[in-house]
Design a binder for this molecule. Structure first.
Ligand SMILES: Cc1cc2nc3c(=O)[nH]c(=O)nc-3n(C[C@H](O)[C@H](O)[C@H](O)COP(=O)(O)OP(=O)(O)OC[C@H]3O[C@@H](n4cnc5c(N)ncnc54)[C@H](O)[C@@H]3O)c2cc1C
Length: 497
């Protein structure tokens, strides 16, 4: 056997699992399709990133109408977290129970918030979250304060905070995995959407992979794409097939953990179909690839023609007054948080505006992000079409998102911003992808059990966004990390005890 554990993917789920299991001394091989991101001039160039898409992959997926598109999905050591906004926010306590939304009902989770709370705390400590408890009306119970004080507001954001409080809302500090001094040493830019090449962001590479590789029993294979899992007659996974710079190879191991992201993890299991599993591995329930969720998101720009916004990073405030209520019958609407600073070139690229006009607006705009829950739907799914990934995202609960954006616009006008513009995020950007191998107690209706173990394969764990039963209206990374720490504990105390 080549390894005790092979982890596929070095993003939030895979890296966190690797770090948690590394001290065991077991031989761990991490297989990562991408390479490490290098510090180039493009890494701090908003137009190169958003306009020219220099970091986007050279691959196309098909949409629900079989039209090819270039997905905003990143393949690097650290995965999508290299570009993330580093908002490390817990699901709310209510998210773990069934909830009636404007667009339908969510099923809740097979575990409670109380079961997750210690793992959330461990993940916050590991990713060095900066935050402050006590000012968020939807905040779930925390057993301890955040490890670090919050990232400070810039003056324009402090002013927005005062204005929102003045109209009766409850703005709170965004919990962030960012060392702001270190980040700004490289360049005076925000971190949301920019790759982390200097270690100022606490991401899967700078925290999880760095920690795991301190242990000599852990190896990271970069530029190595997993192509297929091989299943034995007894249902155990026996090997992973990969393709790297030196051609194809086969890696045998005692355990496997799949963490290639919600779309690629489902695709890999579907690609691994064999005579005994013609629908793909881990798919006896026929749920694999289904229940794909992303968030319903819009950028909302609050403009005052005579007030300049000189902030650099901006992303320190959120509003959860409409997280659990606000709909016509009291339904939840979602979360509001600051976006990273939308500079003129980014606005020009995103909205198709001439640069001069975009600069004019950007100089006077505060940029917010409205995010609403997408509900699980078995017809919203990842499948393969002649081997190519087909992502048919059936967006749901859009009415709640429209209501959230309308409410936010109204509140911003009341707070003193006479012009408020909004634009929904591109459907082809699956930034918050999740749900394709959902967790549950019933093997007939879920893919993995409550610890992330595949119901059908006793030595296969899935430890990425795939397993989330609901998307909530919260950025997913902390929940993915917390679930990975929980799965690691289960493996250590059970399988490896
Ligand atoms: C611009 C942006 C901003 C975001 N902001 C936030 C935020 O502020 N807060 C938050 O919580 N979340 C945020 N997210 C989402 C967050 O980054 C993801 O939810 C999280 O990284 C998902 O973790 P994961 O382990 O499921 O997958 P990923 O982190 O995507 O990792 C998957 C890894 O698997 C690798 N891989 C894929 N296929 C294969 C294969 N066949 N073989 C080998 N390796 C493979 C990939 O290269 C990647 O490294 C953001 C995402 C983006 C794109």
């Amino acid at each position: 056997m080549d390894a005790d554990l092979v982890i596929i993917g070095s993003g939030m789920g895979g890296a966190t699992l690797a770090a948690a299991l590394a001290p065991s001394g077991k031989r761990i091989v991490i297989v990562e399709a991408g390479e490490r991101i290098e510090d180039t001039p493009e890494a701090i160039d908003g137009y190169a990133i958003h306009g020219r898409g220099v970091f986007r992959p050279d691959e196309t997926w098909l949409d629900g109408q079989d039209q090819p598109f270039s997905p905003g999905n990143f393949y690097y050591v650290g995965g999508n977290s290299k570009f993330y906004g580093a908002v490390l926010l817990r699901y709310r306590e209510s998210d773990f129970s069934p909830i009636r939304h404007m667009g339908g009902t969510t099923p809740g989770w097979p575990i409670t918030y109380a079961e997750m709370a210690p793992w959330y705390q461990a993940a916050e400590e590991m990713y060095q979250v900066r935050g402050q408890l006590g000012d968020d009306p939807s905040e779930p119970p925390h057993a301890a304060p955040y490890p670090f004080p919050p990232v400070p507001d810039e003056p324009e954001i402090a002013d927005l905070r005062r204005r929102l409080s003045g109209i009766g809302l409850h703005p709170s500090h965004l919990p962030l995995g960012v060392d702001i001094e270190r980040w700004l040493e490289r360049a005076k830019i925000g971190w949301d959407g920019y790759p982390n090449t200097v270690g100022g962001k606490m991401d899967a590479e700078t925290i999880g992979i760095a920690e795991a590789l301190k242990h000599p029993n852990v190896i990271l294979l970069t530029g190595t794409r997993a192509t297929r899992l091989e299943c034995g007659d007894d249902g155990r996974i026996v090997a992973l097939h990969v393709k790297g710079a030196r051609g194809p190879a086969r890696i045998e191991a005692g355990h496997f953990a799949l963490a290639a992201g919600a779309v690629n993890s489902a695709a890999l299991l579907l690609r691994s179909a064999d005579g005994a599993h013609p629908q793909g591995l881990a798919n006896r329930s026929d749920q694999l690839g289904r229940n794909f969720m992303n968030h319903n998101c819009s950028a909302v720009l609050a403009v005052h023609p005579f007030r300049r916004n000189r902030s650099v990073y901006q992303k320190t405030l959120m509003v959860n007054d409409f997280y659990e209520t606000g709909g016509p019958k009291g339904e939840p609407l979602g979360n509001i948080q600051m976006l990273g600073r939308v500079t003129g070139p980014i606005l020009a690229a995103g909205a198709g505006l001439p640069l001069m006009l975009a600069n004019l607006i950007s100089d006077r705009a505060l940029d917010l992000y409205a995010m609403s829950e997408d509900l699980p739907d078995p017809e919203s799914r990842v499948s393969l079409h002649n081997g190519q990934i087909r992502l048919d995202w059936k967006r749901s609960n859009w009415e709640a998102h429209e209501a959230l954006v309308a409410r936010l616009k109204k509140e911003l006008r009341r707070a003193g911003y006479p012009i408020v513009l909004s634009k929904p995020f591109d459907r082809r950007t699956p930034s918050h992808q999740c749900g394709t191998a959902r967790m549950g107690r019933d093997p007939g209706s879920s893919v993995v059990d409550i610890h992330g173990r595949a119901h059908d394969h006793p030595n296969l764990f899935i430890t990425d966004a795939s397993v989330l039963p609901t998307s909530a209206a919260v950025n997913p990374a902390l929940t993915i990390a917390a679930l990975s720490l929980r799965a690691a504990d289960h493996i250590r105390k059970g399988d490896w005890a």
